[in-house]
Design a protein around this ligand. Structure first.
Ligand SMILES: [Mn+2]
Length: 342
């Protein structure tokens, strides 16, 4: 079996800011469920190796209760005979590169499983008869004189534009990767991408913030022999954004049921929208009042008009410019202003 599972950037402990902070348990459960889905997929398909490409927790110092819950699912995976290679990402790392990570707590507790390998330093490891070079966040390829089959790193890819419109500024270049390996897998950027057949950006396995709305999330089944991949979508609640502005906008049950919903609507519709979201069993929701732009524009225009009349502004404008026929321009300008201002 030359296939492995790749996933990345699970960021345990991430909340959805827009939905407030009282949804901790729900989000923790979502992320743990992703871990379980990875394990179950391995068991169902006879896959015994998992590559995690970095950023296990959102925080460098995760709460002990959260840490223990994540440890439990990782060790459960190990107990079932599955080996996990985990790269240290920027979120896992303490301030100084090379000086420990949030995995270190695990070493201190001396509960290390021999099937969980944490990679804190650039290292070459043979997996499935292939030479892998692992580069944790904060290290570059120039310090590693490697010729390997695959590079796994956690950083941006220079000049690469992802699905969310973000263009990589720093990090690894495809040129230096081409000189070092045949194929690469990277963590850090949250949107999955196939980089011109040269490598894959693994992406985050579930929707994490408003920018992820509408983007498919999952993990990869990666063939270390052929470098082919299969994208497996995770089954976790999604983030849905809706605007209910007029009577043609309706809250659809199949869209909101079981999901996180951020909705904007007018003041007089707020209660009805909230009732609907409750009835359709949204997992969590927030309804904000949408501000009527037209009202603001009108108020602003009135203010300008009161402060200084339109005619005054036209005179001022024409006086400031070197144009012929100022008199007729003034007349024409005031005429137009009367039309516009009504
Ligand atoms: Mn990262």
């Amino acid at each position: 079996m030359s296939k492995v599972i790749c996933y990345s950037d699970i960021h345990h402990g991430t909340l959805i800011g827009k939905l407030g902070s009282n949804d901790v348990d729900l989000r923790v459960e979502d992320a743990l469920d992703v871990e379980r889905q990875v394990t179950q997929y391995c068991l169902d398909h006879g896959i015994d190796t998992v590559l995690f490409c970095g950023d296990r927790f959102r925080s460098r110092n995760p709460s002990v209760w959260l840490f223990n819950m994540v440890e439990e699912v990782w060790f459960d995976r190990a107990d079932k005979g599955i080996e996990t290679f985990a790269l240290v990402g920027n979120h896992d790392q303490y301030r100084i590169v090379g000086h420990g990570s949030n995995y270190s707590v695990l070493w201190n507790k001396k509960v290390v499983s021999d099937r969980v390998h944490v990679i804190e330093q650039p290292s070459t490891i043979t997996i499935k008869d292939k030479a892998f070079g692992f580069v944790p966040f904060g290290y570059s390829l120039c310090c590693a004189d490697w010729k390997v089959d695959l590079i796994v790193f956690h950083d941006e890819l220079q000049g690469f534009k992802d699905d969310r419109g973000y263009i990589g500024r720093s990090g690894f270049s495809t040129k230096e990767l081409r000189q070092t390996c045949k194929f690469f897998l990277s963590g850090h950027i949250h949107a999955f991408a196939d980089v011109h057949g040269q490598g894959l950006i693994v992406g985050a396995p579930y929707q994490m913030d408003m920018l992820d709305v509408g983007i498919r999330k999952g993990f990869l089944v990666f063939d270390t022999e052929t470098f082919e991949h299969e994208f497996v979508e995770t089954r976790v609640p999604k983030i849905v954004r809706i605007d209910v502005l007029d009577d043609t906008d309706v809250v659809k049950e199949q869209e909101v049921a079981g999901n996180y919903v951020y909705c904007r609507t007018s003041r007089n519709k707020m209660d009805a929208v909230k009732d609907k979201l409750k009835r359709f069993e949204a997992r969590a929701f927030r309804v904000d009042e949408i501000v009527d732009k037209g009202m603001f524009v009108e108020a602003f225009a009135r203010k300008v008009y009161e402060a200084r009349s339109g005619n005054e502004m036209i005179h001022e404008y024409i006086d400031s410019r070197d144009v012929p026929n100022k008199l007729s321009l003034r007349e024409k300008g005031c005429e137009i202003w009367q039309e516009v201002a009504g």
